[in-house]
Design a protein around this ligand. Sequence first.
Ligand code: HEM
Length: 500
Amino acid sequence: MDSELSLWFYSMTSAFFFVFFTFTLLFSLFSLLVFVLRSKLWCKCEICEAYLTSSWAKEFDNLCDWYTHLLKRSATGTIHIHVLGNIITANPGNVEHMLKTRFEIYPKGKTFSTLLGDLLGRGIFNVDGDSWKFQRKMASLELGGVSVRAHAFDIVQSEIQSRLLPLLSSVSGKEQVLDLQDVFRRFSFDNICKFSFGLDPGCLELSLPVSEFAEAFDLASKFSAQRGLACSSLIWKVKRLLNLGTEKQLKEAIKILDEFAQQMINQRRQNGFSERNDLLSRFMGTINEDKYLRDIVVSFLLAGRDTVASGLTSFFWLLTQHPEVESAILDELERVMGSSDEQFASFNQMREMNYLHAALYESLRLFPPVQFDSKFAEEDDILVDGTFVSKGTRVTYHPYAMGRMEQVWGSDCLQFKPHRWLKNGRYMPHDSYKFPVFQAGKRVCLGKEIAVMEMKCVVLAVIKRFKILVPGLTQPPRFAPGLTATLRGGLPVLVQEREA
Ligand code: HEM
């Protein structure tokens, strides 16, 4: 009887596994078929062929330059990369439509939020709907006050004075090449950590130490972005399930971040947070859940670190090519500061510097730190230029291309000319939808004023005391793939102290 029962049990189990595996196999094959059908992998149009064979690279240094070329040629300012299921647009009307008018049907979408989900959790950068609205409202209240800006200004000035200038001074006049991009990444990481956590990782100390936290954050951002390069999300999901390769490294890096964040939260709880100024302490007044607090603050780290470093790197690259702009900024600095003995310009003095502001916006026009940004259509839609968007399609607006449209900026659009932003010596904002460098709709950047202030402080402090030179022949910038514009190979420079 016993053996009959176990035989019956054995055959039932085998039948169950047979049915289960057959179903799984058929389901996977079906999903693959749907994926292939939807992504039109066989598309033979000129653009898709050039994309699939990478033949565009024979003519263009960067993918964004090729896209710009195509967008300039398109009558509507919109193109389709069928094999990616991606519509790309530089049409200001379309951008306003997706980021503002029909914002509700163009969320970041599940694809994006699963890619960055392990790193960012439910943080503002990674959510849509009510959760986003709640965090946006709360963060706007916390960041809107004058005191938070003054706090950010103090952090930035202290990092410049105690770390950035001593580091530049230590290499000045020597034949020592410094990677300015790396310096700015360390600089902005120190600042955003102090601002968000009240924690100083000290990445820009003279010895340029490697902080475990910074390294873990770097790896986690890199591997999360790499997930997006896989042709199907199934690949990284299986790797994650089996804890293999980069997914294993990503998990380890995130564990370090989590432990760090938890330590910070515990410390605040023990020592009290109501007297402190950092974002974490501010949010702790409203939110009790530790994981949620961690997610919100990590989103700020991601949003505020590489963007500022990228903006500064391009600005200094442009200055090395345009000494006349550097001289004009120095003249303005002298005029505004007058006979003041202060080493640094104050917040109010900086607000008077129209030329500096124009130069910064001109640099952001040519080299926006966020070169493109995508949303996913939640329903069928028609863009302002008549382009049909079917549900589920990825729609990308392209600030890099938008800053280079001859129709908008004129035939000298590739030249670095701060004066195009000035009227009677005063800065005149361009129609923001023609230039969504900080995004231009409902999700507009929450750290815009802080970012602009941070970049201005660095530019003034550095050029007042040092001359930055690029050794050897200067190449046009080549970017590495990623969420934020990063120069491949960094920005190697020589530093010279100016004559007093
Ligand atoms: C030059 C520097 C910066 C640039 C170019 C920039 C650009 C952007 C862009 C394009 C977005 C919209 C992203 C999207 O729609 O998904 C954004 C969002 C955001 N930025 Fe910035 N950003 C910069 C600096 C900063 C800094 C320093 C902070 C923090 C102190 C910050 C905090 C945020 C946050 C929290 C969001 C999310 C807003 C939301 O989802 O509602 N950003 N930024």
